[in-house]
Design a binder for this molecule. Structure first.
Ligand SMILES: Nc1ncnc2c1ncn2[C@@H]1O[C@H](COP(=O)(O)OP(=O)(O)OP(=O)(O)O)[C@@H](O)[C@H]1O
Ligand SMILES: Nc1nc2c(ncn2[C@@H]2O[C@H](COP(=O)(O)O)[C@@H](O)[C@H]2O)c(=O)[nH]1
Length: 220
């Protein structure tokens, strides 16, 4: 894949990063993602393609690109996905072109994807992926959230609750863990992780020149 390109932070050139949120269904990653893109100007949301039916309130091209299975398979065959996986009996994939364009323009990209997709992204770009696993505060809260979201049938919710344990078992492959109890606190935590990762020395690829120039000026 294209190298994550450079953006500027306080005048210092830096590498863009791929910021991944995963969680069991209903733990709150979509909620946290929306809050993050509102606030972090450098961050662009990756919009996935999926074969799952559209939920009430979802918007084509904003929440997902809704495609049928033959179209999805054709996109896989054409190598249009950066990663893809079967999740809850539907296919989900990250279109490659918009991510590469965003990174090339020096933006960070936010992904709301499952553990399988995270693993694939990490194998493409191990140094550019920062992953956060979001946990609910309790099983009861998770089930309550899925019901109060009121967008899935009881059968779908039951299926997702049955798979929540499996999903959670992958927490240990993630860089950071955030328990989403109070959403404001969880948001502050996710924001702090993003900021700290943007400031990592190895991502600030212009830092050597920045310091060198100041040292030269001091020596004059
Ligand atoms: N901290 C929180 N406290 C209470 N409710 C919350 C909290 N965070 C999110 N919610 C609510 O829980 C529901 C599920 O959240 P959300 O859709 O963000 O989950 P998700 O992890 O993206 O789920 P999925 O994987 O199914 O897309 C939503 O109705 C959301 O408003
Ligand atoms: N591997 C991928 N997983 C994805 C992608 N887009 C979403 N997802 C994950 O699927 C489940 C279910 O999502 P929902 O919107 O149907 O509730 C959730 O864990 C998402 O993170 C993707 O492109 N690749």
């Amino acid at each position: 894949m294209t190298d994550a390109a450079t953006a500027s932070l306080n005048g210092v050139e830096r590498r863009g990063l791929m910021f991944v949120l995963s969680s069991p269904s209903g733990a709150g990653k979509t909620t946290l993602s929306r809050m993050l893109v509102k606030e972090a100007a450098s961050l662009q949301m990756s919009v996935s393609a999926t074969t799952r039916p559209m939920r009430p309130g979802e918007v084509e091209g904003r929440d997902y690109f809704f495609v049928d299975r033959p179209k999805f398979d054709a996109m896989v065959a054409a190598g249009e996905f950066l990663e893809w996986a079967n999740v809850f009996d539907n296919c989900y994939g990250t279109p490659k072109a918009p991510v590469e364009a965003a990174l090339a323009a020096g933006r960070d990209v936010l992904f709301d994807i499952d553990w399988q997709g995270t693993q694939q992204l990490r194998s493409h770009a191990p140094n550019d992926v920062v992953s956060v696993f979001v946990l609910p505060p309790s099983v009861q809260a998770l089930e309550h959230r899925l019901h109060t979201r009121a967008q899935d049938s009881d059968e779908v919710i039951h299926g997702r609750m049955k798979k929540a344990g499996d999903e959670m078992s992958h927490y240990d492959a993630y860089d950071y863990i955030v328990v989403n109890d109070n959403v404001g606190i969880a948001f502050e935590s996710v924001k702090a992780i993003l900021r700290a990762e943007q400031l990592k020395r190895e991502r600030q690829i212009g830092i050597d020149a920045f310091v060198r120039d100041m040292r030269r000026e001091l020596e004059r």
